[in-house]
Design a protein around this ligand. Structure first.
Ligand code: GLU
Length: 365
């Protein structure tokens, strides 16, 4: 009887254990597994010795630890493939450097912004591997459309006064045009006009109209030389800071590298640039350094990180971000995970964890 009672007690205990499961026995609930689409994009996502790290990865790992999730990453080649992975539910969510846009918001759900970003331009710098060589800049300036335009103005400023001067001065005794004939008289006049334009007039006219004209043209010459010098200096300076690319408007017709499917690709196409699309951002950097493109347009935090680290002295960013964007974590429409993620993310902002992760990758500012 006693033996039978002990047996029943034992089997009841075993049953209880089986129902509650091993996790309950240890006092912790079972971890849920989530698949997370991402893509390598330093410093947001960095691949180091086969493992993933970076700002976005560290941020998600912290969120997933707080939510007791087990993360399996699915690394995608570009942002388009990343979004497709989430769209097709292969992944439960996506995290990298995903900009929240109106088109994406219409199709996906986004977390609270995880970082402010925006599009910026990067060009070759002035370092030893950089673009600028004063001689090359000067040559390209001398043989440019700008120079041709100035040459046209100079010709006008020589031919017109030469004819006026020939008309009033021809055959004047001791004048600058000793003969009344058009040829060779006009050559004397042209020589005088060219000298005057260069502010180096050797002789003065004799006729009073010629004298008034002469003085007027000396001033015109001065202004011309001053304007030409100013233009030359400005163009050379601009060329040294990135081949004449100073703002988004300068990108029209230029060769620009962007990543496939990115917001930068759309923006640069709108600016009528010649777009080269690459998968990895490192390919865009290489194309810039190899001079096969004139600029890279991409997310400001990514470009600034490269310019301050591997690209130091070789590249430089131009101006401030010209279009502001925010990064978010992307979920399929209606995902229950979004609310939990947002709560964890906001708590991390409040308790300083977010700032610690930020400082780890971007330094204290
Ligand atoms: N912020 C860019 C976008 O969302 C990043 C693109 C990329 O990952 O290459 O379009």
């Amino acid at each position: 009887m006693l033996r039978f009672g002990a047996m029943r007690l034992l089997s009841a205990l075993l049953l209880a254990l089986a129902v509650c499961g091993p996790a309950a026995a240890q006092g912790t609930p079972a971890q849920r597994e989530v698949t997370v689409a991402t893509r390598v994009l330093p410093p947001m996502v960095v691949e180091r010795e086969g493992a993933l790290t970076g700002f976005s990865i560290d941020l998600w790992n912290e969120i997933s630890a707080r939510l007791n999730l087990k993360t399996v990453y699915r690394v995608q080649p570009d942002v388009r493939a990343l979004l497709e992975d989430v769209r097709s539910s292969q992944s439960n969510l996506g995290v990298a450097a995903i900009s929240i846009t109106s088109a994406r918001e219409a199709e996906f759900d986004f977390s609270q912004p995880i970082m402010n970003a925006g599009l910026q331009i990067m060009v070759r710098g002035q370092g030893k591997d950089g673009e600028s060589s004063p001689l090359r800049d000067l040559m390209s300036l001398l043989f440019s459309w700008t120079s041709l335009a100035w040459l046209g103005i100079a010709v006008m400023l020589i031919v017109v006064p030469a004819h006026l001067m020939w008309f009033f001065e021809r055959g004047h005794k001791n004048g600058i045009i000793p003969t009344p004939a058009y040829i060779p008289g006009i050559f004397y006049a042209l020589y005088w006009a060219a000298g005057t334009l260069a502010t180096q007039a050797e002789e003065g006219p004799r006729h009073w109209v010629g004298r008034v004209l002469g003085i007027l043209w000396m001033f015109t010459g001065l202004v011309f030389v001053a304007l030409y010098t100013a233009q030359l200096a400005a163009t050379l300076t601009v060329q040294q800071i990135g081949g004449g690319i100073n703002s988004p408007d300068d990108l029209s017709g230029r060769k620009v590298a962007v990543t496939r499917g990115s917001t930068a690709a759309g923006a640069v196409r709108d600016l009528q640039a010649q777009v080269t699309e690459v998968g990895q951002i490192s390919e865009a950097y290489e194309a810039l350094l190899a001079k096969s493109v004139d600029a890279v347009v991409f997310d400001s935090p990514v470009l600034l990180y490269y310019a301050a680290n591997d690209g130091k002295g070789r590249v430089t960013t131009v101006g401030a971000p010209f279009r502001k964007e925010d990064y978010g974590i992307v979920f399929p429409r209606g995902s229950a995970l979004r609310l939990e993620t947002n709560v964890a993310l906001l708590k991390m902002r409040e308790d300083g964890t977010y700032q610690r992760i930020y400082d780890r990758w971007f330094g204290a500012r």
